[in-house]
Ligand binder design. Structure first.
Ligand code: FES
Length: 108
């Protein structure tokens, strides 16, 4: 899958040339264009599951795409619980997919 479905030179809107950004997703370099959300870049890189549910370990990814469901939580540059669909990708972002287990319940 590419970041752009329409070849740049064939786009009748004639947008400015795209600026490429490169992020890493779990250590794997992934390219996109400036202005794309992190979710868009991660999806274009072929990753569908951004996190796993705590109880059953089921994969979750982009569901609503508008910041409501929180299924797209990832860690970005060391900051946890970032909604990938709501943050624009910046060159050099380091994204780590989140797979947290249930809390132990040992609140000491
Ligand atoms: S996909 Fe629903 S909050 Fe990001």
């Amino acid at each position: 899958m590419t970041a752009r479905l329409l070849p740049f030179l064939d786009d009748s809107i004639k947008p400015a040339p795209p600026t490429l950004v490169t992020i890493t997703v779990d250590g794997i370099p992934t390219s996109g264009v400036a202005g794309q959300s992190l979710a868009g870049v991660i999806l274009a890189g072929g990753t569908l599951g951004f996190r796993r549910t705590s109880a059953l370990g089921r994969p979750r990814g982009v569901f609503c795409g508008i910041g409501v469901c929180f299924d797209c939580l990832v860690e970005v540059n060391g900051l946890r619980d970032v909604r990938a669909c709501q943050r624009r990708a910046s060159d050099g972002d380091v994204v780590t997919l989140q797979h947290d287990g249930l809390p132990s319940g040992d609140a000491t």
